[in-house]
Design a protein around this ligand. Structure first.
Ligand SMILES: [Zn+2]
Length: 498
């Protein structure tokens, strides 16, 4: 049975909905009716299939499809054949299917992160108290400048597996650690080995001075042409290609944008970051005719009104990393500004050096900050304040809008027949959420990574019964610790963990 949805996030019961309906709805305005290089290249292009050719049937879960045409279900099944979702409805019966029991689970699309610097996977929590200037000095110029290909391989692998474990099935790796082509190959190897749906965004090198010329073997941005040919010859594969464009002088930016567009790669760029983001950069890039719909703008905290309109009018997408923006002085996360401009933002973790790797924290950050902003305006006497953001809207930012910003909206972001099967199952029988009264509310307000029971990416089971599948944790821990020892030694930083 497909449920009707409430037009108001918090008052489903007021509109006469039954408890059974209320559990699984509260939509906003939704009319929801119803290792060697050869093998490495192969891995990057792999499309894992559902369990040795057998269909997978996710049975009896509370389904939040996030597709308004498919709707939500108190109890329904999701059928996966090969890499794709083939049906979402109650009472599906298929001979020979592998059954995944989903009673006491919420079944929904995997979270989509649109900006994470995954080369910092071995530098997690190194900078709990730092500002953006501290981050640039410590993470980029002290540690980053010295990282080897072996270091970035394990860093990316750890970051990617951590993402999968917490229910993030697709992540854009904003990868600005390319001091040599070997660094690039190692990062791609780590991503491919993880099995995550990765969007690899190729970026600049890191040096102690900040000058790229101090990394004599870097080939940024032109090596993107090799990458397109060697690893990303098709867009119909698990890993896809972006340009991680630097922020700086327009001529440097435009050079990287041209290199991207010459090979048909989409672009991601940091803009509107603190005081340094107030220079009207997007107006200058627009004067060169460079703004197009292939670009995602990250942060956007201190952009001017003209720049916001330029993003909207050229069809760009936005990535808000709310938690880090509050920590490091980027400016207020511009959720309301995006909405006022007519842009639905996506969300991102950004840096694991200061930020938790899961999307539950990101969603709650955005929700609480936007609401606080509205309450503050009310308290200040504003008679026409904006609407409060709804939990379901935040859930859409974390999935649907992430897919759009990553250029994958036709493949992922909702549980829609025909789309790739990137699916997560979240336990509702845990002490942080039981008894579950409202499915969207449970995910956005109550849950954490401990509720992520099962994760599928392109129909392949990556996590089951709360454990990653086929991952040698002891090996990862050893490689991670060895890399950490090297990182500190090479950066000439004393290692002290307390
Ligand atoms: Zn960033």
């Amino acid at each position: 049975m497909t449920l009707s949805s409430c037009s108001c996030g918090a008052c489903g019961s007021l509109r006469g909905m039954s408890r059974r309906e209320f559990l699984c709805t509260t939509a906003i305005g939704a009319a929801a009716a119803p290792a060697a290089m050869a093998s490495l290249t192969a891995a990057a292009q792999a499309q894992p299939a559902a369990s040795a050719g057998r269909p997978i049937l996710i049975k009896g879960g509370c389904v939040l499809s996030l597709d308004r045409a498919v709707g939500d279900f108190e109890r329904a099944d999701v059928l996966i054949e090969g890499t794709k979702i083939s049906a979402v409805r109650p009472n599906i019966s298929v001979a020979n299917a592998e059954i995944i029991e989903a009673a006491n689970m919420i079944v929904m699309p995997g979270f989509v992160d649109t900006h994470r610097h995954m080369w910092q996977g071995t530098l997690r929590n190194v900078l709990p108290d730092g500002s953006l200037d501290d981050y640039i000095r410590v993470v980029q110029r002290t540690f980053g400048a010295k990282l080897t290909p072996d270091d970035v391989y394990i860093a990316d692998l750890l970051s990617a597996l951590g993402a999968i474990e917490s229910g993030v099935t697709c992540v854009l790796d904003w990868s600005h650690i390319h001091n040599s082509p070997e660094h690039t190959d190692a990062v791609i190897k780590g991503l491919a080995e993880s099995g995550v749906r990765a969007v690899f965004a190729y970026g600049n090198p890191q040096t102690a001075s900040g000058q790229w010329s101090d990394a004599p073997r870097h080939k940024f941005p032109d090596d993107i042409a090799r990458l397109r040919k060697q690893y990303f010859s098709s867009d119909d594969q698990l890993m896809t290609l972006f340009m991680a464009a630097p922020t700086g002088a327009p001529e440097v930016i435009l050079q990287s944008w041209k290199a991207a567009r010459d090979v048909g790669a989409r672009i991601s760029i940091h803009v509107g970051v603190g005081e340094r983001g107030r220079g009207g950069l997007l107006e200058r890039l627009n004067s060169a005719g460079a703004l197009k719909s292939d670009t995602t703008y990250i942060h956007c905290c201190t952009l001017n009104d003209t720049e916001w309109k330029l993003i909207r009018d050229t069809g760009g997408t936005v990535s808000i990393a709310g938690y880090v923006e509050t920590l490091m002085g980027h400016g207020n996360p511009p959720t309301q500004k995006a909405i006022d401009t007519g842009i639905r933002p996506s969300l991102s973790v950004d840096v694991e050096t200061s930020v938790p790797n899961d999307f539950f924290a990101q969603m709650r950050t955005i929700l609480s900050l936007q609401k606080n902003e509205v309450w503050a305006r009310r308290l200040a006497g504003d008679k026409n304040p904006p609407e409060f953001l709804k939990a379901r809207e935040v859930l859409e930012f974390a999935t649907v809008e992430g897919a759009r910003a990553n250029g994958l909206e036709r493949k992922i972001g909702t549980l829609t027949p025909g789309k790739e099967a990137d699916v997560i199952l979240l336990r509702t029988d845990r002490l942080n959420v039981m008894p579950m009264n409202n499915a969207v509310g449970a995910v956005v307000t109550s849950m954490g990574p401990q509720n992520v029971d099962t994760v599928l990416i392109a129909g392949k089971v990556m996590k089951r019964n709360g454990q990653l599948v086929g991952v040698d944790l002891a090996r990862l821990a050893r490689l991670g610790e060895e890399a950490r020892e090297r990182n500190y030694k090479n950066a000439n930083v004393p290692l002290s963990r307390v």
